[in-house]
Ligand binder design. Structure first.
Ligand code: BJW
Ligand code: ZN
Length: 248
């Protein structure tokens, strides 16, 4: 099958030992998880400033929890798609392979990926706004807001605007990117920092940079190869061409 992938792209993927992947909401779109910035996306009705920051939460915790509970409900009905599954398969072939994901949906892990750094946390976990601990057992308090046993209000354990990413994770990401042979950025608009800086750093490094997206993103101009199409189709097609020639 001639899929139109360039010789250089296939050669780089076959020769690579160290691969770093940055994913965003687009990789989960074919599983049925809405993205953020699409016209019918998660932010088509509410602006991020109304939902994804601490001030919004303190102003109206019930509204914010309603939104997160809605998204948690969606996640119970979906499963990983061939894009997630191909990345899990790739991890089994490369000596050094890691996914930095902006997604909070846990779908990479459910597909079998083992080295996954969750830059923006995980929606299935709760954290206490008072004692800051991860909460295992939650009580539904007033207005359905989960409460910590300490009496504090629980929040989703995700990273909102203006908040720091998990300690040390970006620094490790920068080190991994600096050592990578191939960098792939998949299904992200590339407008949220510092996550997107992994891609800008990669574009200035030795790594061959590949993007997969249904449309050009803020990062496309800096990439060596831009593959336009749904990641659940492009990734398996790409891997079918690369994999038979790998010798580890
Ligand atoms: C497909 C597809 C298919 C569709 N196949 N593709 C430097 C410059 C400017 C601003 C800043 C900066 N540094 C920091 C900032 C501020 C801010 C920021 O980035 N703002 C910009 C938006 C202007 N960043 C922060 O605040 C970060 N923290 C921070 O910097 O801390 C330091 C600090 C602390 C205190 C004071 C000052 C600094 C934190 C950012 C946290 C982002 N959190 C969210 C919410 C997480 C929780 C939740 O899920 O509710 O993370 S925002 C939201 O955007 C979410 C996502 O992970 C993130 C990225 O979105 P993503 O994944 O790219 O989704 P979309 O919808 O945008 O794109 C989907 C893409 O998929 C599209 O391109 C489609 O085409 C494509 N697609 N179907 C392939 N089938
Ligand atoms: Zn607590």
């Amino acid at each position: 099958m001639n899929t139109g992938f360039s010789d250089e792209l296939i050669r780089r993927l076959r020769a690579a030992q160290r691969v770093v992947v940055l994913t965003g909401a687009g990789i989960s779109a074919e599983s049925g998880v809405p993205t953020f910035r699409a016209p019918d996306g998660l932010w088509s009705k509410f602006k991020p400033e109304e939902l994804a920051n601490m001030e919004a939460f303190l102003r109206n915790p019930a509204l914010v929890w309603q939104w997160y509970q809605h998204r948690r409900d969606i996640l119970e009905t979906v499963k990983p798609n061939p894009g997630h599954e191909t990345l899990a398969e790739m991890e089994r072939h490369y000596p050094d392979f890691i996914i930095y994901t902006q997604n909070v949906d846990g779908l990479h892990q459910r597909a079998g990926s083992r080295r996954v750094a969750e830059l923006h946390g995980n929606i299935s976990r709760c954290r206490c706004t008072t004692c800051l601990q991860i909460i295992q057992e939650i009580d539904r308090g007033q207005d359905g807001i989960p409460m910590c046993p300490c009496g504090g209000m629980a929040r989703p354990d995700v990273v909102w605007f203006g908040e720091m990413l998990p300690e040390g994770m970006m620094e490790q990401g920068y080190r991994d990117v600096a050592a990578a042979d191939v960098f792939m950025v998949i299904g992200t608009s590339g407008v949220v920092y510092p996550a997107a800086s992994l891609a800008t750093l990669a574009s200035r490094s030795e790594a061959y940079c590949i993007e997969i997206n249904t449309e050009p993103s803020a990062l496309s101009d800096a990439m060596d190869a831009v593959l336009i199409g749904p990641s659940g189709e492009v990734l398996p097609a790409l891997w079918r061409e690369v994999a038979p020639q790998l010798h580890f």
